[in-house]
Design a binder for this molecule. Structure first.
Ligand code: FES
Ligand SMILES: [Fe+2]
Length: 387
């Protein structure tokens, strides 16, 4: 009996009728059902229909400045090597040996070649097989045909993105008009000065939703961010695979109230000169772009109830070259090191509550428009209604 009930529930997970209330306009809508945040089946479908098909953000290219610099990641269950080649270009490869499939590289560092720790097949940093001991008697074996499997990697303004789908449209088409809107920040002239990782016990969507609404600021960030003044944030029109909040205000959003920091960029234009942009680059990366710097929240889905969060902080190169940089940047780190754990904590509490068998869909406030937009974007993919 119990098994049949579970099977019924699983099949309902992918029926459009299950989501009628989520599909309504914001003020008439319901939230995604709790199962969307806990079910292994739903998560599996998200990996297939979202993460295996879209441009996934993986940080900045100044993480690997020199030829042979590399790092490894496991993105949505796929092990990947990202390496700067001998020609200075950055490439991504499936991190699996072409012999019998062992994981080839681990961690990060600099190397001239990747040598498999199993039988010593060796690949150069451009992915070509350059040594394969005792393969000389193997018939029809041509090392030139045993290149590491390339994964698409494209860059915008120093940011790197991976795509597991060889048919996907180019990154710049995917991002649409976002690069234009954020152009005056000159991200290409910024330097990433800190990267911090957190392992979270929550579904990736919980964290995205938290980042895309300011409704929680007066409670979760009661004694920190809630002291910052400014107009309410507003959802912006978006022509591309993103949605965005903009908040009009004065002063850096990357500092706590009362702290002073670096000079503001003098090249900001349009909205960027009047406040801060908070775009969500679908599916799982949020930028914070303010007067003097940018930071990002990069989520790697690790399972239905597990997510890796990477927080990166970037400043204009001229700022990082100031004599007082190391001293003053501590005030920015303090802001992130306080506010981010506040969001981490509430996200994990939400996950625990949603896992209750008594949890049910809720309703949304006018202050959560992008929670609604994002939930529907996820459904478009999972239910297969994207063009
Ligand atoms: S599995 Fe890599 S050399 Fe054998
Ligand atoms: Fe928050």
């Amino acid at each position: 009996m119990h098994d049949i009930a579970i099977a019924r529930e699983e099949s309902a997970l992918f029926r459009p009728e299950t989501y009628t209330a989520v599909r309504r306009p914001l003020l008439e809508s319901s939230t995604l059902p709790p199962q969307c945040y806990t079910s292994p089946e739903f998560y599996k479908r998200e990996v297939q229909t979202i993460f295996m098909q879209v441009w996934n953000f993986i940080g900045r290219d100044d993480r690997i400045p020199n030829a042979g610099d590399y790092f490894t990641i496991e993105f949505a269950g796929v092990p990947v090597i990202v390496v700067r080649g001998s020609d200075g270009d950055i490439r991504a490869f499936a991190n699996t040996c072409r012999h019998r499939g062992s994981l080839l590289a681990q961690g990060e560092g600099n190397c001239r070649a990747f040598r498999c720790s199993y039988h010593s097949w060796t690949y150069d940093v451009d992915g070509a097989l350059i040594a394969a001991p005792q393969m000389d008697q193997t018939k029809g074996f041509d090392p030139a045909e045993w290149h590491l499997t390339a994964i698409r990697l494209e860059r915008w303004a120093g940011f790197m993105f991976l795509n597991f789908d060889s048919q996907a449209r180019p990154l710049m088409q995917y991002l649409g008009d976002l690069p234009d809107k954020l152009d005056s920040y000159r991200f290409q002239d910024m330097v990433c000065v800190r990267r911090k990782e957190y392992d979270l016990a929550c579904n990736w969507k919980i964290y995205v939703e938290n980042a895309m609404e300011a409704y929680h600021i007066s409670t979760v960030h009661r004694s920190t961010l809630s002291r910052q003044k400014g107009k309410p944030s507003e959802a912006q029109p978006a022509d591309g695979q993103y949605c965005a909040l903009f908040k009009e205000h004065k002063g850096s959003r990357a500092l706590l109230e009362g702290d002073t920091g670096f000079p503001e960029m003098d090249h900001l234009r349009d909205l960027a000169a009047q406040g801060s942009w908070y775009p969500l680059l679908y599916p799982s990366t949020m930028f914070g772009c303010t007067y003097d710097c940018m930071w990002w929240l990069e989520l790697h889905p690790m399972g239905p109830e597990k997510t890796k969060l990477i927080v990166g902080s970037s400043f204009p190169r001229a700022t990082t070259e100031r004599a007082d940089f190391e001293e003053v940047v501590k005030r920015y780190y303090k802001r992130w090191d306080i506010s981010i754990p506040e969001d981490n904590g509430i996200s994990e509490l939400q996950q625990r509550g949603l896992a209750s068998p008594f949890a049910k869909p809720g309703r949304l406030s006018h202050a959560e428009p992008l929670v609604h937009t994002f939930g529907n974007w996820v459904l478009d993919h999972v239910l297969g209604v994207t063009g």
